[in-house]
Design a protein around this ligand. Structure first.
Ligand code: PGA
Length: 289
């Protein structure tokens, strides 16, 4: 990402963010310009989490659909995360303006770890990204916030960028504990990552109650939580990290609701599950920015 200063940045930013600026709360001219500038620096990033879906035929078809999709915005970064067994094929055949991510990694060096895929193997084969700490792994594979933080650190040390997931379950949302859960998930990350490490980390805020349920967070709910996360980073990491870290929203994002969610000033992208398995819908989401 290019970093510029002064008025040229503001002009560039205004051009880039378009409608999104309408949602920026401008307290003063100087603060407003700064806010717009920061938004412009946080390039929108859309991830497709294919989860454990796909067959040899369906993956081929999905790659073809994605490759045929016409991306109308240059200001969006796209990352597709197929299951491990398809990584190599997707890496070879997917259009080169999209990156490929693994959905997990093993945070040890290669060796006697039957059934695991060390970070080094991913980076050796040119994979640049990894999803970590998805709620399905936290829930089903015993990944604690400490483990997720350690994996994130290990991945960054091996040169990978991460989409590190956080998010509360329904009972926490309903009992007003959302921010407590996020604090608990963020703290080990803040403890283990250096300020420079954060440059390779994207946070994916995925309320568990919205994942795969069709029950999407409202733009207001998502924005409120993203703003909270950004403030938490300012208070517990640094202003610089708070302003530069990209925060994706995930949970039932589709081609119909993406545009409105994407207009929120603190939503810097999406992590998409179900709708990322349909090439046309995924392309629409990418173009909705
Ligand atoms: P969903 O999944 O879009 O199907 O809700 C999102 C995710 O789990 O990353």
């Amino acid at each position: 990402m290019t970093r510029r200063t002064g008025s040229s940045l503001v002009i560039l930013a205004l051009g880039l963010v378009g409608l999104r600026t309408a949602f920026v709360g401008i307290g003063s001219a100087a603060r407003g310009s700064n806010r717009v500038a920061m938004e412009a620096e946080r390039k929108f990033i859309v991830g497709g989490n294919w989860k454990a879906n796909g067959s040899p035929d369906s993956v081929k078809a999905l790659i073809e659909e994605l490759n045929a999709g016409e991306v109308t915005s240059k200001d969006v970064e796209v990352v597709c995360a197929p299951p491990f067994v398809f990584l190599s094929e997707v890496q070879g055949a997917l259009r080169k303006d999209y990156s490929v991510a693994a959905q997990n990694l093993w945070d040890k060096d290669p060796g006697a770890w039957t059934g695991e895929t060390p970070a080094q193997m991913l980076s050796d084969m040119g994979i640049k990204w990894v999803i970590l700490g998805h709620s399905e792994r936290r829930e089903n594979c015993g990944e604690t916030s400490q483990i997720v933080a350690e994996k994130t650190k290990f991945a960054v040390d091996k040169g990978l960028s991460t989409l590190t997931c956080i998010g509360e379950k329904l009972d926490a949302r309903e009992s007003g504990k959302t921010f407590d859960v996020l604090d608990e998930q963020l703290k080990p990350l803040a403890d283990i990552l250096s300020e420079d490490d954060w440059e390779k980390v994207v946070l994916a805020y995925e309320p568990v109650w919205a994942i795969g349920t069709g029950k999407v967070a409202t733009p207001e709910q998502a924005e409120e939580t993203h703003a909270y996360i950004r403030k938490w980073l300012a208070d517990n990491v640094s202003e610089k990290v708070s302003e530069s870290v990209r925060i994706q929203y995930g949970g039932s994002v589709n081609d119909k609701n993406a545009a409105e969610l994407g207009q929120q000033p603190n939503i810097d992208g999406f992590l998409v599950g179900g709708a990322s398995l349909k090439g046309g819908a995924f392309t629409t989401i990418i173009n909705s920015v």
